[in-house]
Design a protein around this ligand. Structure first.
Ligand SMILES: Cc1ncc(C[n+]2csc(CCOP(=O)(O)OP(=O)(O)O)c2C)c(N)n1
Length: 947
């Protein structure tokens, strides 16, 4: 469009188009869009009204940044049919109205009444219509059609609509949605919010039911506080409506086809959730308070479990809804706030995944994950960001999580000013394009509306959504705390503040929904029920406790009887299938040449790590065992040794041979993970819990980085069995070995895992051959009594010829927890060197090895449970021993030495000394300089050989 056209513009028509453009750039004809974007100065000269609009467009930056929507462009009248030029005053009014509308949508939350304790919202000048006078006088407001502004609230003109708009955006519920980068989502949210579709008034019955629920919630907390003075219960009071919100979410999930809701939360309100959401009978909770079950569980548990405090225990229950039964799973969690977040996601994803298909198909409607966060935790704990980052990744998405921030405006004794740099606890979510709904916890109907909107959004767009439930904490952090010591003003205000139940009851009474007596009766009923349950429980004291639904026995075992060898024919056939690609697929020729070598190794030997792993996976898949493997760059493998996913050299298309085996009866899921350890390992832990039949493996880029996930290791993987009777076959692949790459690419901190190992909670191995790895993986997948497996995986050995295996190695035998020296002359051996991992090859490959005929070098391949019998038998095979040496490349305060020394002492003959050879005590795992590394490695090997 040229200057001449612009000169001839009909201002009214242009204004209309501009308004449409601002709302949705894709909705106006292309030439107009180009005009608005490229020639604003022309309009600036010609039309003062449009100039203002353009200024606004530039200020607000909305439409310009938004991508063109998928929606069909709106039809606009042809220029010939354009309306008459409106008067400049009206145009100015429209511009001001749009600026006001934008401000309300964007900043309305700043004026919303979100705090039940009545603190004044900060407000924002842009929200005050008066400030726009004279541009937007009441008379002008009455002349501006609401439709022109695309308002969804009721009212024909701005004057009619404005109060409703303010009520919508600045009442007891407020929205932050304008940061969302997807235009369609923004428009959908605006319509959903302004139309009030999710804020429908409750019927009388619904209101009475809601009051009854609030009575239960409050009544239970009051009863526990009175009956068990001073015991921690982490009362929900001040956020009571959280329970009806969960009710609503569960009903909506069920009506959307879900068969499970997976719930993660911390201490606050957990007992109430257990009773009222999961459906645990009051008796079981009261029993915990009486200290009965916990003691019995510890005494009777075969694992000698430690048990856990009552506000960490998970539980499962079934709820009936109008749409059918639905399982509610409350995930066990540690005190470590927010650590459960990725675990919940993993569990939900596992529930959603059909593992009988080749790639694993995840249907998000099957399970709804809900995370309840504390306001201090959400803002403070980095794992929240790591978890939010999973939401849209193909390997991790759960189709949207409902995040509820149980915002009591304080974290223990720390106030928000000291706890976060942002205005809202929820602000992090903005960076993830997540809509945020803030709601006042004293307005139960608004709180339910927030959940309805949130889940409608999830269902429509499959993304996360945050509801920030703003309430308060009626008592101290726990029932032993005195809030008035640190928050005196707040505590005093709260003491005078009526409870949510009291306020809602008063409203219902005032509205004639029920009488005061009926409201009181609801309250009494709960207390009576609790009292009766408590009395009934007391009668049972002295009798053996009934079995808890959680008392599932997890047998301890060794896995020794699992058959892991696979017939050579089958291995050959699978190997062939793994080298197959579709006709129209062009793999990288250089890579394919490498992979083709995997054909020769079946006859010539030298099956390397990558091939052994692929064959182990393939054999399992055809046996119907699903596999999920994730980690950073895992599809290819950090060391370029795996290549489970091939990339077409011409099109970039991908092909995963393990997903195309002829007879596979289970899914092979493989994903490169985001650059996170904490959330990613937590996710896989959760997945493994919910998919006990699957072999779930997580690989660290280098083992050194696994300590980024230490909380998941300490609190879930190693202690879960003892605390919650929760174990998995989750397998950690942790590259480990001293190869001169510095302090951070050498050690997976074997010592840490060994320190955590007790009561057969883990298995820890370091294989020195690919065949051992093959058998170990298969044992892990097929053993009904498997435990989490920690594998120190190699780097240099991945392709080392001596570490390779033969077809016969895979087709026979099993995983060997110890490997004797194959060439030792037993009678001659006076010195037995025991070691694990890569250093074995350094020792046997050293030039001095040939000169050390009296030395045998044997390997301990399984470090926990320590193979006492096998090691004893091995040592006993050397009748003339004068010394046993433990050789390791790790420093003396690291590696296996300190954890297995007592086992080695038990293993060797009496009177024969046990000596240590390895790096001395060190603060850092390894040298930073390659030459220093080589020198140290050489010293260790010579010392081991006694040279
Ligand atoms: C990772 C971690 N650090 C510290 C603590 C100790 N702690 C327990 S509760 C709490 C305050 C939590 O505040 P908030 O998240 O707002 O939840 P609220 O207790 O107020 O419901 C703290 C710091 C913890 N449990 N976990």
């Amino acid at each position: 469009m040229g200057r001449a056209d612009v000169d001839g513009l009909n201002t009214g028509y242009a204004a209309l188009l501009l308004e449409q453009y601002l709302d949705n750039p894709g909705a106006v004809p292309e030439e107009w869009r180009e005009l608005f974007e490229s020639e604003p100065e022309v309009l600036l000269q010609r039309q003062p009204g449009l100039a203002r609009l353009l200024e606004l467009a530039a200020e607000n930056g909305d439409g310009h940044a938004a991508p063109a929507p998928a929606a069909a462009p709106a039809t606009v009248p042809a220029p010939a049919a354009a309306p008459e030029t409106p008067d400049p005053e009206l145009l100015g009014g429209v511009a001001a109205a749009m600026s006001l509308l934008k401000a309300i949508r964007m900043h309305g939350h700043l004026a919303a009444h979100l705090d039940p304790l009545g603190s004044e919202p900060p407000g924002d000048p842009a929200l005050e219509p008066e400030r726009l006078i004279p541009k937007l006088t009441p008379e002008l407001q009455a002349r501006i059609p609401a439709s022109l502004l695309r308002l969804q609230v009721e009212g024909d003109t701005l004057a009619d609509a404005l109060p409703r708009l303010l009520e919508t955006y600045t009442g007891t519920i407020a929205y932050e949605i304008e940061h969302i980068s997807d235009h369609e989502e923004r428009v959908w949210l605006r319509q959903a919010i302004e139309s009030g579709r999710y804020r429908r008034p409750l019927s009388r019955d619904e209101r009475v039911r809601l009051l009854a629920r609030l009575s239960q919630v409050e009544g239970m907390e009051r009863y526990l506080r009175r009956a068990f003075l001073g015991q921690k219960q982490f009362s929900i009071e001040g956020l009571d409506v959280l329970i009806p919100m969960l009710d609503e979410a569960i009903d909506l999930a069920a009506s959307g086809g879900a068969h499970e809701v997976v719930l993660g939360m911390a201490h606050r309100g957990r007992l109430n959730v257990l009773a009222h959401v999961v459906g645990r009978p009051y008796e079981t909770i009261l029993r915990e308070f009486e200290g009965e079950r916990t003691i019995e569980a510890v005494v009777s548990s075969e694992e000698g479990g430690s048990g856990d405090v009552k506000y960490h225990l998970g539980a499962q229950g079934t709820r009936s809804t109008e749409a059918g039964d639905i399982t509610i799973t409350l995930v066990s969690n540690p005190s470590h706030l927010e650590a459960v977040d990725p675990v919940v996601e993993g569990r939900a994803r596992a529930e959603q995944t059909d593992r009988s298909s080749r790639e694993g198909y995840a249907d998000p409607s099957v399970a709804l994950p809900i995370l309840i966060h504390g306001d201090a935790s959400f803002a403070g704990q980095g794992i929240v960001a790591e978890t939010l980052n999973l939401q849209a990744l193909p390997g991790y998405s759960t189709g949207g999580t409902l995040h509820l921030i149980a915002n009591n405006q304080v974290g223990f004794t720390t106030e928000p000013e000291s706890g976060r740099s942002t205005r809202y606890s929820s602000d992090l979510a903005k960076g993830f394009d997540i809509p945020i709904v803030h709601v006042n916890a004293d307005d139960p109907e608004a709180a339910l509306a927030a959940v309805r909107l949130a889940l409608a959004y999830r269902r429509r767009f499959g993304h996360d959504v945050v509801v920030d439930l703003v309430g308060y904490r009626r008592h101290g952090h726990n029932e032993q705390d005195e809030a008035a010591y640190t928050q005196p003003m707040l505590a005093a205000a709260i003491e005078k503040h009526p409870t949510a139940r009291e306020q809602f009851a008063a409203r219902l009474v005032a509205d004639g929904d029920l009488t005061q007596e009926q409201a009181d009766e609801l309250d009494h009923k709960v207390l009576t029920e609790l009292k009766q349950a408590h009395e009934a429980l007391k009668e049972t004291f002295g009798q053996p406790a009934p079995p808890s639904p959680d008392d599932t026995h997890i047998p301890a075992a060794t896995g020794d009887d699992v058959v892991t060898a696979v017939a050579a024919d089958r291995l050959r056939a699978l190997n062939e299938q793994l080298l197959r690609v579709p006709d129209d697929f062009t793999p990288n020729p250089k890579l394919m040449k490498q992979l083709e070598r995997r054909r020769e190794t079946l006859d010539a030997g030298g099956i390397d790590w990558g091939q052994a792993e692929a064959l182990a996976f393939a054999t399992l898949l055809v046996e119907g065992i699903p596999i999920r493997l994730t980690g950073q760059d895992t599809e290819r493998g950090t060391f370029s040794h795996r290549h489970d996913v091939l990339h077409d050299a011409q099109t970039g298309a991908i092909y995963t041979p393990l997903q195309h085996l002829d007879d596979a009866g289970a899914a092979f899921e493989i994903y490169n993970s985001p650059l996170s350890e904490y959330a990613c390992l937590g996710f896989e832990y959760g997945y493994a819990v919910a998919a006990p039949e699957a072999l779930v493996l997580w690989e660290a880029q280098f083992g050194d980085f696994v300590n980024g996930a230490q909380i998941i290791i300490d609190q879930f993987i190693s202690a879960g069995l003892s605390k919650w009777r929760e174990s998995t076959r989750l397998t950690l692949l942790l590259p480990h070995g001293y190869e001169g790459n510095g302090p951070e690419h050498s050690s997976a901190r074997l010592e840490r895992f060994l320190q955590l190992a007790a009561q057969e909670n883990l298995r820890i191995a370091n294989c020195t051959t690919s065949g051992q790895y093959f058998h170990l993986l298969r044992r892990q997948a097929l053993d009904a009594t498997a435990r989490p497996l920690i594998v120190m995986t190699p780097k240099g050995l991945l392709r080392l010829k001596q570490a390779g295996s033969t077809l016969d190695d895979l087709a026979s035998g099993e995983f060997r927890p110890v490997i004797d020296d194959p060439g030792a002359e037993r009678e001659r051996v006076e010195r037995l060197v025991l070691c694990q991992g890569k250093v074995y090859y350094d020792i046997v490959g050293h030039e001095e090895r040939a000169n050390a005929a009296g030395v045998a070098v044997a390997r301990i391949e399984q470090l926990y449970p320590f193979p006492v019998e096998a090691a004893r038998a091995l040592v006993a095979g050397y009748p003339n021993l004068r010394e046993v040496v433990w050789a390791q490349e790790e420093p003396q305060n690291m590696g296996a030495w300190r954890a297995i020394r007592h086992r080695l002492e038990e293993t060797k003959p009496e009177g024969v000394p046990l000596m240590y050879v390895g790096r001395p005590w060190r603060a850092s795992p390894s040298e930073g300089y390659p030459t220093a590394h080589l020198r140290e490695q050489d010293r260790i090997v010579r010392a081991a050989l006694g040279r």
